[in-house]
Write a protein that binds this ligand. Structure first.
Ligand code: FMN
Length: 325
């Protein structure tokens, strides 16, 4: 049986994952996402210590056993993001906590690791791995992941460069598991488009920064509202790996076009005179910023996206009826 059938039992209001975001996604956002009937997530590293992360999961366990969705149904599963890289010394301790709490879904980034996959699957958990090309997708398939997250051009954070249309079809031809599509999805119409393209779930980050529950300063949220596609800068200057940032926050930190066009990381201490800090004062967002016009409560956002999703499916049916098919 394909893992894709599992989605039928998740009580989702919309096939959406609120993607993990460093600093931004914390307990409040996770709880609100589950209440609204979408898959919630947060990076383990958003708590400064493994002990603190353990406490967060204990709180989430209690929340899950006492709460229902606003429509009365059981809460959908949630996901924890684990950065599987040699520079992350917390991989193994955090994984132990994940296993202890039987976290339903683990989103791995950077390394597809067989031991991590086996540890999570041993208690019935699922592993979704984040990729930007078919080479890394194949490596993840080889270690037995349950889902692949295709992070495409224009996404917030460490975005890919591929166009989603060929990428998703290429991966579907080699993988029967759950496919999530990430990159610039902001509305219910975009969710419908992702499904039409072959995704099982829409993976949305930037859109959730503009919710009341996101841990992000108001200036950050307002900068997203004020930004269009041309204000998003794809650069390796901030973290050493290409990622999308709000151009206005780069300018405010004194990072010039010449600096962001270099393929190497800026030396913050030597080249900048400010308190600039990646992800804290230099803000990441994807090209989807162009379509985000307001900040609202997460529950209201999901409700609006659902209305838009339904309208968009009907519009598609009407448009299709114009042709002799
Ligand atoms: C501010 C910010 C922080 C992010 N932090 C992480 C992270 O810690 N781990 C991760 O796997 N992805 C991270 N991402 C990427 C998102 O999980 C997701 O892939 C991306 O936001 C999807 O594209 P979209 O922003 O266009 O919706 C981050 C994205 C943003 C905007």
């Amino acid at each position: 049986m394909s893992k894709r059938n599992l989605l039928n039992n998740w009580n989702l209001t919309l096939p959406v994952v609120a993607a993990p975001m460093f600093i931004v996604s914390q307990l409040e956002l996770v709880k609100a996402s589950m209440k609204a009937g979408i898959v919630a997530s947060m990076p383990a590293l958003n708590n400064r210590t493994t002990e603190g992360f353990d406490e967060w999961l204990t709180e989430l366990d209690a929340f899950r056993s006492s709460e229902k969705q606003t429509n009365g149904k059981d809460l959908p599963p949630y996901a924890i993001n684990l950065i599987v890289h040699k520079t992350n010394f917390r991989v193994m301790p955090d994984l132990e906590i994940i296993v202890k709490h039987k976290v339903p879904i683990v989103i791995t980034s950077l390394g597809a690791n067989e031991d991590v996959v086996k540890a999570v699957q041993s208690y019935g958990g699922l592993v979704f791995h984040d990729v930007t090309n078919s080479y890394h997708a194949q490596k993840a398939i080889n270690v037995g992941v349950d889902g692949l997250i295709l992070v495409t051009a224009g996404a917030g954070g460490h975005a890919g460069t591929l166009n989603p249309i060929p990428f998703i079809q290429e991966i579907r031809s080699m993988f029967d598991g759950i496919i999530l599509l990430g990159g610039c999805l902001s509305s219910g119409k975009d969710v419908a488009t992702a499904l039409q393209m072959g995704a099982d779930l829409a993976y949305m980050g930037t859109r959730f920064i503009n919710t009341d529950e996101a841990k992000a300063p108001e200036d950050y949220k307002n900068m997203i509202i004020a930004s269009g596609t041309r204000d998003i800068v794809y650069t390796a200057a901030i973290s050493g790996v290409p990622a999308n940032f709000l151009g206005k926050s780069l300018e405010a930190a004194g990072i010039t076009k010449e600096m962001w066009e270099r393929k190497v990381k800026v030396d913050f201490g030597k080249e900048l005179n400010t308190e600039a800090k990646a992800w804290t004062t230099i803000w990441s967002a994807g090209q989807g910023s162009a379509t985000i016009q307001k900040t609202q409560a997460l529950g209201d956002l999901v409700r609006d996206m659902k209305d838009d999703f339904i309208t968009s499916v009907k519009t598609f049916e009407t448009a299709s009826s114009r042709y002799t098919l």
